[in-house]
Design a protein around this ligand. Structure first.
Ligand SMILES: Cc1cc2nc3c(=O)[nH]c(=O)nc-3n(C[C@H](O)[C@H](O)[C@H](O)COP(=O)(O)O)c2cc1C
Length: 330
């Protein structure tokens, strides 16, 4: 049984990548993940705020359009992190690369076109196998149009690509008005991989203290839906690796992701809940399922139920949506 797959040119022994999270923030935890069978890891993010001493450009993007710019700045946590932190991220990578054999993907998390992008060069020099770019931008300014927002992503990606020769992926946001075209633009700008999708931090309101909150809201398998839809739509349309992320909890979720067209998956929440050793269990069930259904490889299943191959393309399109709503009986 061949569980191997290729993601952005990286050979993976199976499709399970551990996503950026506290799981990939310590050497001991990463060692456990490798021992349990993880095929690759994405390190916890290094943030623009940790890299940049000069935050003017970041502030500009975050608060552009805010009527209370000075007040808004007051809410932004003071940038106390220094280059020392970003240097220790590099030391961590060097140590990891000497001690583990699975690919290490760094996660670069930022939004402006500032100097943080040059840090990509340092990541490559430290030995990472690839970079995952997470550009989380909330366009609060009603005068900023979609094209301007898209250009922010494209420009940041292009700037990173100019600094490195290793593969770069973008952890995409699911809320673009034309996700397929955005994906195409990112590929044209040099992305070798697209991670579908990032999971935004949830907003809530604290009714006791009457203020707004940002909270981590754990995903479940239902949250895989948008990932399945868009990987099925993008499969074979673009020359890019696809990685399913958000809601991958079980071997069944992995099978669905691969069949929709993903080359690999990222898991976080399930491993935070059950521990790194859960990977072993998932791989065991994955193999058992494939044996029972007489599949011989992951490659054989890839994209088999994508828009390109499915006998029921309507499942991914509007026609089916209308039928499901109108056929519903209570
Ligand atoms: C506690 C926690 C910390 C995270 N930190 C990061 C991070 O530093 N960078 C990043 O890109 N994503 C981060 N994520 C998001 C995960 O990488 C992943 O995209 C998300 O949890 C959805 O995957 P899941 O459904 O398998 O949990 C974090 C998630 C959690 C729960």
């Amino acid at each position: 049984m061949d569980l191997s797959t290729t993601y952005m040119g990286l050979k993976l022994k199976n499709p399970i990548i551990v996503g950026a999270s506290p799981l990939t923030a310590s050497f001991e935890s990463i060692k456990r993940l490798e021992e349990a069978g993880a095929a690759a890891i994405v390190l916890h993010s290094i943030f623009e705020e940790q890299i940049n001493h000069e935050t003017h450009e970041l502030d500009y993007f975050l608060f552009k359009g805010s009527e209370d710019y000075a007040e808004a700045l007051g809410y932004f946590p003071e940038v106390t992190l220094s280059n020392i932190e970003s240097e220790s991220y590099l030391d961590e990578i060097t140590k990891l690369k000497e001690n583990i054999s699975i690919p290490v993907i760094a996660s670069l998390n930022g939004v402006s076109k500032g100097g943080w992008i040059n840090y990509a060069k340092k990541l490559q020099a430290a030995g990472v196998d690839a970079i995952e770019l997470n550009i989380t931008y909330i366009p609060t300014d009603i005068d900023v149009d979609a094209r301007e927002v898209e250009m922010l992503y494209i420009d940041a990606l292009k700037a990173v690509k100019e600094n490195v020769s290793i593969p770069v992926s973008v952890k995409m946001n699911a809320v673009f008005s034309a996700p397929a075209q955005m994906a195409k633009k990112l590929v044209e700008a040099g992305a070798e991989g697209l991670v579908l999708f990032d999971r935004p931090v949830h907003v809530d309101i604290d009714l006791e203290n009457l203020n707004s909150l940002q909270v981590i809201n754990p995903s479940n398998s239902n949250d895989l839906s948008e990932t399945l839809r868009w990987s099925a739509i993008l499969y074979k349309k673009l020359d890019v690796s696809l990685c399913a992320s958000t809601g991958v909890k079980t071997h069944e979720d992995i099978l669905k992701a691969i069949m929709s067209g993903a080359d690999a998956v990222q898991m976080v929440g399930a491993l935070l809940e059950h521990g790194p050793e859960y990977i072993e269990i998932v791989l065991h069930h994955l193999l058992a399922w494939m044996q029972e259904k007489e599949y011989v490889s992951i490659q054989q299943m890839k994209g088999s139920i994508s828009l390109h191959h499915t006998s029921n393309p309507a499942a991914y399109q509007r026609a089916n949506y209308m039928r499901i709503l109108t056929d519903y009986r209570y």
